[in-house]
Design a protein around this ligand. Structure first.
Ligand code: FMN
Length: 214
């Protein structure tokens, strides 16, 4: 598969087989993450891989604290109109997928808080900084991770919901207050028969959002 095909074949996977991905495969994805560009090559990232009871405990923490932690956040208002519309589209697609897969759409949020019931999960962790350099570097590393996973037949979902309770998760995992969780990634083998993993996705064509000056 050429690189462009690989990039387009990556998609967010929200239902997984129970089968645990091999440790070597996950480590290969993390190695790919470390080859991302980073601000002055500081490589400002650390990874926490969770499986088994360690993952179950973190899932519980996220589920128990989410409602309270969300009270101080408002991720839905003030969005540019076209972004807000696309956000609604993805919510609708996931709710329809839940219905097709035969469970209550209201459980969708709970499910994402449990890393989509994936057998493995990875947190990307960095030191806090006022500028965005470490966040940007981690975003590059995360995309490398996702692409390497796709290339090896693994499914992933980049999740922000699992960092909403980061104070609680950090305390539990004994992560220093000077550090922050950038993202959580659900990892596992994709459930091939799930509507969550097969609904159509759209992209605005690049030529509609590009200004080309000569
Ligand atoms: C910063 C970021 C945060 C995300 N958080 C979530 C999330 O909390 N829950 C979820 O279901 N998907 C989440 N996603 C996945 C996006 O919904 C997904 O990437 C988008 O709909 C495009 O679909 P695709 O990944 O299949 O191409 C997140 C993606 C990014 C980049």
């Amino acid at each position: 598969m050429d690189m462009l095909e690989l990039i387009k074949s990556r998609r967010s996977i929200r239902r997984f087989e129970k089968r645990m991905p091999e440790k070597e495969l996950i480590m290969k994805c993390l190695e790919a993450a470390t080859w991302a560009p980073s601000a002055t090559n500081q490589q400002p990232w650390e990874f926490i891989v969770l499986t088994g009871t360690a993952l179950e405990k973190v899932n519980l923490i996220n589920q128990e604290n989410f409602a309270e932690r969300m009270q101080s956040l408002d991720p839905f208002s003030g969005l540019p109109e076209e972004y807000g519309k696309r956000q609604q589209d993805i919510f609708r697609a996931n709710i329809e997928a839940a219905e097709k897969d035969g469970f209550d759409p209201k459980d969708y949020l709970e499910k994402t808080l449990r890393f989509c019931d994936a057998p493995a999960a990875v947190y990307f962790v960095t030191h806090k900084r006022d500028d965005n350099q470490y966040v940007l570097s981690n975003a590059a590393a995360i995309e490398n991770f996702l692409l390497a996973a796709t290339a090896q037949g693994l499914g992933t979902c980049w999740l922000s919901v699992v960092i909403v309770c980061q104070q609680d998760v950090k305390e539990h995992l004994r992560i220093s207050p000077e550090k922050e969780l950038i993202a959580g990634i659900a990892v596992g083998y994709p459930a091939t028969d799930s509507a969550f993993n097969t609904f159509d996705r759209t992209r605005v064509p690049a030529d509609q959002i590009t200004i080309w000056l000569e």
